[in-house]
Design a protein around this ligand. Structure first.
Ligand code: HEC
Length: 161
């Protein structure tokens, strides 16, 4: 009899560990959730409008042509394409693999300014033509964007459709 009682007691105790496990699981779940929330916040951070859509690494130095291109870019393109070509809620980042020279050659920049662009890669809407920008300014803008791209590891890649 005594033996049976002890067994029953042990049996009752034996049901406790699962309760502890539940508690531990709950703690782990809370910890995992905290990490996920932190990660989501970190991912959202670079996409705020003031910081541009992508984080652009600015090269330590720009060529003279790129520096003059930067001035023309800031005056005519940055309100949509963002400071350093990082994008805004009005236009895409040009420092983006889509615009690597194998997919969008330099000619795409001259055409974009001359004719505008129908929205086809993104959902920002159409780009209006930029008739005030001269060919010489565009030479500089292209140089500027290419130097920014290079500093961010975006180089020529064959275009596959
Ligand atoms: C009013 C906003 C706006 C301005 C100003 C603007 N762009 Fe754009 N641009 C866009 C949008 C939006 C797109 C993306 C269209 C798409 O593919 O969905 C675009 C696309 C482009 C493309 C890609 C063209 C292609 O063939 O896909 C280039 C290159 C470009 N812009 C260069 C420029 C340059 C250089 C300037 C300044 C001279 C400029 N943009 C000014 C909004 C703008």
């Amino acid at each position: 009899m005594g033996k049976a009682k002890r067994n029953r007691k042990r049996g009752a105790k034996g049901e406790e560990p699962p309760k502890k496990d539940t508690k531990r699981l709950a703690i782990i779940a809370v910890a995992v959730m905290a990490v996920l929330v932190a990660a989501a916040a970190a991912l959202r951070w670079p996409s705020t409008a003031s910081r541009g859509l992508v984080d652009v690494t600015v090269p330590a130095s720009l060529s003279a042509q790129a520096r003059s291109g930067q001035r023309a870019f800031d005056a005519n393109c940055a309100r949509c394409h963002g400071e350093n070509g990082g994008g805004t809620d009005q236009g895409p980042p040009l420092v983006h693999d889509i615009y690597n020279p194998g997919h969008h050659a330099d000619a795409a920049f001259y055409l974009a300014a001359q004719r505008g662009v129908f929205a086809h890669h993104w959902s920002f809407g159409d780009m209006p033509p930029q008739p005030n920008v001269t060919r010489k300014e565009l030479d500089g803008i292209v140089r500027y964007v290419r130097e920014l791209q290079q500093a961010n590891g975006i180089t020529w890649k064959p275009h596959r459709m």
